[in-house]
Write a protein of this length. Structure first.
Length: 766
């Protein structure tokens, strides 16, 4: 098959996230005509693109049909099926994936597959492989949408999860867990006492959900996150170990034709078993497909070039799952292999094998250094684009950690897994302790190296892309081609300019039911409220921190807390520790906080902050004690209202010396749009152009109330809602406000509007 056919097919499938909602029938019909024309005229890239488009459209259409089918009911639903994810009872409440095969006791058709995610809070806890009958309230696969942070909706599509579920009742049907769950149950008591047991669990089962936030910080900021999971690298190590074991067994067997290939068979079996332990995650699929093609070619005496191997593997992964491109691991995995393939062709002289042992040692050392350099340059654009930073110590640390983990830790994990079920727990415990000890220098160095985490300015990934392209040209193309294209890159770099910074900017973050508002100017920031918190983590870690890190803000100038409810101040402790605000204000008495009470005013970066309410600081601030602040540049303003209710609104208005003191262009809807707030006199007094309700979709309180929304709309005020619009950004540029709604203006993927298909009947409450 022509190279262009494969690339066209792959490129067409990978473009799936950015397609508009095209009519699937007409799209497939036109694509079939284009495929026939392209094949007949030998326009291979056109034929491949048409075929890929057809396959991707069909997959997306089936997924949307499954989503609509599973969320069509607004009442409680009974679903039956099996637990699809590993569950650790000692970890307490956690999310699970549930594979559904019956809805309301009716079996699903064979062509219909349904997966839902739900949060299991109390015992009896489920285990992977067990069958349960659950009574749930189904919801669409939606999530918060901000400029940075975890994209839940993309995650749901990548994992083919069709809905979220609120658990009402559970009945266990079978008690037999899967073999992976049995392995987890056997390993947990042994690994939990160990210092790095959670890392060993990730290397054993590919599950990293038990790593703490601190662990993730260490791994990500040191550049070693790829080592602590069953990835393509580890499958390759398993293949190499299986080959060595098979070679040793072959020496003990007679010289039969079958035994000649025993090392190859043994290597594939070990790699397959290790991938099965990881649940055949995407990186392991890529590695297994590549190893299978390599093993088949070697068995038949054929030669497969690295580029051909990469193309066939890419095509196989996308044909099996067109949604693979939604996964971050897909891009990181194939980008790393692509960089190595380019290096393979760029410097062919490095493939010459030296004759002496000393020369071979030097040669392998040079190879390792060169490979790390290629990975550094090749992965830099993705590293900056996805993680908004790069570790300056990643290359030297990987030069030590990769061979160390490959030579010591991974083989010890293999031996310990075998010993756990063959030699007994005593022997296995000793080997696990040795594996735990082998990780000590790696984690210690990673903890030290995370201080070398660098956060370049936004859009620096564009410059890194130019650098990566320039390095590739220097290594692979002739001089005249290098010169011409490098001139184009340099010219592009000089001509391209980042958009100018706004005069000032307000971001109402999408935090679900809660509030977090970020005010920025001249690269400095003030935060109003911090969103909610959970048993592990919260909005501060999941939303606020990624956004501030992406913008390169290491310290907050100020932190304002409206009142004491957890959906407003839940992340205050974390934000204070992580970003160390220069000043802090609150409407309730807190150690280290200045009072946020009526009459307080201060200037910051040319903006004037006027506190309009409450009249005094209290020991415990409730809704009507919310700190109401008007932020103004002298011409335009925004009113931050917290959860003030009608009683507080009217009392505030009664104390105003002049009504202009409360009038604002933008206002946060008080108390998330509850009927207890937004009184008509208040709306008339403020007279905003835009109001923003910070709410969560399908929240149990029915917020915002329909009557409140209609009240604003009847007054001619533009209503905005984070539940439907995502993060909302207001930028003041050249005397005018510019508004961006993240769900509509920034993220136009087809799956963003899936939940809008469901009719919602919410109470007009609050």
């Amino acid at each position: 098959m022509k190279l262009t056919f494969t690339l066209g097919l792959a490129a067409s499938i990978l473009s799936l996230p950015w397609w508009p909602s095209l009519p699937p029938v007409w799209t497939c019909f036109i694509a079939c005509i284009v495929f026939h024309f392209g094949w007949k005229k030998r326009l291979w890239w056109l034929a491949g693109s048409a075929l890929g488009l057809t396959w991707a459209v069909l997959s997306a259409t089936l997924y949307q049909a499954d989503v609509i089918h599973i969320i069509s009911s607004t009442e409680d639903t009974t679903i039956s099926g099996s637990v699809g994810s590993l569950f650790s009872p000692k970890a307490g409440p956690q999310s699970i994936i549930f594979d559904v095969d019956k809805i309301n006791d009716k079996p699903l058709p064979f062509f219909r597959s349904v997966r839902v995610r739900l949060y299991w809070q109390s015992p009896p806890f489920p285990q992977q492989g067990e069958r349960w009958r659950l009574t749930v309230r189904l919801k669409p696969p939606y999530g918060r949408l901000n400029e940075a942070g975890f994209d839940a909706e993309r995650y749901f599509v990548a994992r083919r999860i069709h809905g979220k579920a609120s658990l009402k009742n559970a009945e266990q049907l079978t008690h037999t867990p899967s073999w992976r769950q049995s392995v987890l149950n056997a390993l947990s008591p042994v690994l939990e006492p160990l210092r790095y047991g959670r890392y060993l669990l990730a290397l054993s089962l590919g599950e990293r959900q038990w790593l703490t936030h601190e662990d993730w910080q260490i791994l990500t900021h040191s550049g070693l996150a790829h080592l602590m999971a069953i990835s393509g690298l580890h499958i390759g190590l398993a293949f190499a170990l299986g080959w060595q074991v098979g070679w040793g067994i072959r020496l003990l067997l007679p010289e039969w034709r079958l035994t000649l290939w025993w090392p190859l068979y043994s290597a594939m079996l070990v790699a397959l078993g290790y991938a099965a332990l990881a649940g055949f995650a995407l990186p392991t699929q890529r590695a297994l497909i590549a190893l299978f093609i390599y093993a088949s070619a070697k068995r038949m005496g054929a030669q497969v070039s690295p580029s051909t191997l990469l193309q066939i593997t890419l095509l196989a992964v996308l044909l099996r799952d067109p949604f693979a491109g939604f996964s971050l691991s897909f891009w990181l995995s194939f980008a790393a292999v692509s960089a190595l393939c380019l290096a393979h062709y760029s410097l062919p002289r490095w493939r010459e094998f030296p004759a002496t042992a000393y020369a071979r040692m030097i040669w392998r050392g040079k190879q390792l250094v060169f490979i790390q350099f290629v990975l550094l340059i090749g992965m830099l654009p993705l590293q900056l684009g996805f993680f908004s930073g790069v570790s300056a110590a990643a290359t030297p640390l990987n030069l030590f950690a990769v061979p160390w983990v490959g030579i010591f830790t991974v083989p010890l994990v293999f031996v310990a897994l075998v010993a756990q079920f063959i030699a007994g727990s005593t022997v296995a415990t000793f080997i696990w302790q040795a594996a735990d000890l082998s990780l000590a220098p790696v984690i210690w160095l990673a903890d030290v190296a995370r201080q070398a985490w660098l956060q370049p300015p936004p859009l620096s990934w564009l410059w890194s892309l130019l650098v990566a392209g320039g390095c590739w040209l220097i290594m692979s193309w002739r001089w005249h081609r290098q010169t011409s294209l490098l001139l184009v890159l340099v010219t592009t770099g000089f001509v391209w300019r980042a958009p100018p910074l706004p005069d000032w900017q307000v971001d109402v973050l999408d935090v679900g039911h809660g509030l977090a508002v970020l005010i920025t100017k001249n690269g400095r920031a003030v935060l109003y409220d911090t969103g909610n918190r959970w048993q592990v983590g919260g909005i501060a870690q999941a939303v606020i921190t990624p956004i501030l890190e992406q913008r390169g803000i290491d310290q907050l100038d100020g932190l304002l807390l409206s009142h004491g409810d957890s959906d407003h101040d839940g992340g205050a402790g974390y934000v204070t520790e992580r970003f160390q605000p220069i000043w802090q204000r609150a409407s309730e008495k807190r150690r280290g906080y200045l009072p946020c009470q009526r009459g307080a005013r201060w200037d910051w970066q040319g903006l004037r902050f006027n506190v309009l309410w409450p009249p005094r600081q209290v020991d415990r601030a409730g809704n009507n004690d919310s700190c109401v602040v008007r932020v103004s540049d002298g011409r335009t303003s925004i009113l931050l209202t917290g959860d003030i209710e009608s009683k507080g609104e009217l009392a505030l208005l009664a104390r105003l010396e002049r009504r202009e003191a409360v009038q604002s262009d933008i206002m946060l809807v008080p108390h998330h749009g509850s009927v207890s707030s937004s009184s008509p006199p208040w709306i008339t007094a403020v007279s905003p152009h835009w109001v923003v309700a910070s709410t969560g979709l399908f929240n149990p309180w029915g917020l915002p109330a329909v009557a409140v929304r209609e009240r604003y709309q009847q007054a001619g005020i533009t209503w905005l809602d984070t539940a439907k619009d995502g993060q909302l950004r207001f930028q003041r540029r050249q005397g005018r406000w510019q508004m961006t709604r993240w769900r509509r203006d920034h993220q136009g993927q087809w799956y963003r509007t899936l939940f809008e298909r469901r009719p919602v009947n919410l109470d007009d409450g609050g």
